[in-house]
Design a protein around this ligand. Structure first.
Ligand SMILES: Cc1cc2nc3c(=O)[nH]c(=O)nc-3n(C[C@H](O)[C@H](O)[C@H](O)COP(=O)(O)OP(=O)(O)OC[C@H]3O[C@@H](n4cnc5c(N)ncnc54)[C@H](O)[C@@H]3O)c2cc1C
Length: 400
């Protein structure tokens, strides 16, 4: 007889491992599956926003993660014309950069220490629900059973498609990154976001792993002109002068980023989706570790409620409602900023303006870090505010 777990979690990235940890913390019997053996690499910029740090703190993981990470206290935006603006990250939680090889292993170990049973090298093919639970099928023909299933498979869509949850390939950014060492100059503890030499809309990044090593990459929404992610990466690193003389360690790795939460399914019968499997990556910045951790926690709390009150249709749609209440505004706002403001002439105007207007600089920081609650910042309000800044700027210049 197949053992029926309270929950089977498919995918042990930040979303799946966080979900497993929070389920186990409530005393549930959890099986966590991944096709990879850990520690495993994940193509990523390795940047953790304050949102991510807040969840890691509730998992009691922040000291351990911080000890292995590079601290980031500010962000810098470089406009297409090379001018830049820098602002401090406000609040108690700053930001970190930590290789995913290390981070994901720490989160997985946390889930295991909390009681999750982990099975690596299990490639899941699909989830088949039935009246009292769901069966998880694998490429080897082995099956697992859970009262509930959480799918946290990231940008890989095969499980979602074969389970009938996704019917077509969702919208995705293209991205590529590599590690560099022996940089000639010390890197500051700054997220550097660069709009020079990258396809639009999109950006390049230089994230410090230490003073002289960095995670460098590009991410962009593909258009007919943009070409491949690796090609965009090569062009960007040619333009980014910070890297002159630095040595690339390891290959340039490309991977898609799903940013379609606004249109994505978030559940199916007996199944909840978390993290990038639900399209939960910021469409402006490509950051998704934070949303994966947050939604992993939310899914775990929802499963606990469901196992007490009953797993019915209203309970499933309630999960979708909770996710949308939390993330929809920020995603709409970020998508809108990406489509309307990430244009080279506008960025060339905004960056020097931000240097003169601390309030605008802070707003940019909040947008970049996904901290801004966009309430009161609709398209018209934003445009009106910018006109005010511009008028002040012009006024200020006439007195220079
Ligand atoms: C180049 C690049 C740069 C990025 N930079 C940043 C950044 O700096 N900061 C940030 O916050 N986000 C960044 N992101 C986004 C971030 O990497 C993801 O949003 C995040 O990893 C999502 O977490 P997750 O747990 O949902 O999925 P993942 O981390 O992708 O984990 C999914 C897991 O599921 C497993 N899996 C998949 N299919 C199966 C299967 N069939 N059977 C069993 N297991 C399976 C995989 O092996 C994997 O371990 C970047 C992405 C890219 C591509």
């Amino acid at each position: 007889m197949v053992h029926v777990h309270d929950a089977v979690v498919v995918g042990a990235g930040p979303g799946g491992s966080a979900a497993a940890h929070f389920l186990c913390a409530q005393g549930l019997d959890v099986l966590l599956l991944d096709r990879a053996e850990f520690p495993r690499d994940k193509t990523c910029g390795d940047g953790l926003t304050p949102r991510a740090l807040r969840v890691l703190e509730t998992m009691d993981l922040l000291p351990e993660v911080s000890a292995r990470a590079c601290a980031v206290e500010s962000y810098q935006v470089v406009a297409p014309n090379g001018r830049s603006t820098t602002a401090a990250i406000a609040g108690d939680h700053k930001a970190l950069v930590i290789p995913r090889l290390t981070l994901d292993d720490l989160i997985l170990r946390r889930a295991i220490a909390s009681g999750a049973t982990f099975e690596p090298r299990v490639a899941v093919t699909r989830v088949v629900p039935h009246t009292r639970g769901a069966q998880v099928q694998t490429t080897t023909g082995q099956t697992y059973a859970g009262r509930m299933v959480i799918v946290a498979t990231g940008a890989a869509t095969n499980v979602l498609k074969q389970s009938g949850i996704l019917t077509r390939q969702p919208q995705a950014m293209l991205a590529a990154r590599a590690y560099f060492e022996d940089l000639r100059q010390d890197l500051p503890g700054t997220f550097q976001l660069r709009f020079d030499g990258v396809p639009s809309p999109g950006y390049g990044w230089v994230f410090p792993l230490s003073r002289r090593t960095a995670n460098v990459g590009v991410g962009f929404m593909p258009t007919r002109q943009s070409g491949t992610a690796v090609h965009a990466f090569q062009h960007f690193t040619h333009v980014a002068r910070t890297l002159d003389g630095a040595r690339r360690t390891g290959p340039v790795k490309g991977y898609p980023i799903r940013v379609d939460f606004l249109h994505a399914p978030t559940f199916a019968e007996r199944t909840l989706l978390v993290g990038e499997a639900a399209g939960l990556v910021n469409p402006l910045t490509g950051e998704g570790i934070d949303y994966a951790l947050e939604s992993g926690k939310m899914a775990a709390e929802h499963v606990v409620r469901g196992l007490v009150s009953g797993v019915h249709q209203a309970w499933l749609t309630d999960y979708d409602r909770l996710l949308r209440a939390r993330f929809e505004n920020i995603f709409r706002f970020s998508e809108w900023i990406r489509d309307w403001y990430c244009k080279p002439p506008l960025l060339n105007l905004l960056v020097p303006l931000a240097n003169r207007q601390p309030e605008l600089r802070q707003q940019l920081a909040n947008i970049v870090l996904g901290e801004r609650d966009p309430h009161g910042y609709g398209p018209l309000t934003m445009a009106a505010r910018l006109l005010v800044y511009l008028a002040r700027h012009r006024g200020g210049r006439s007195h220079d």
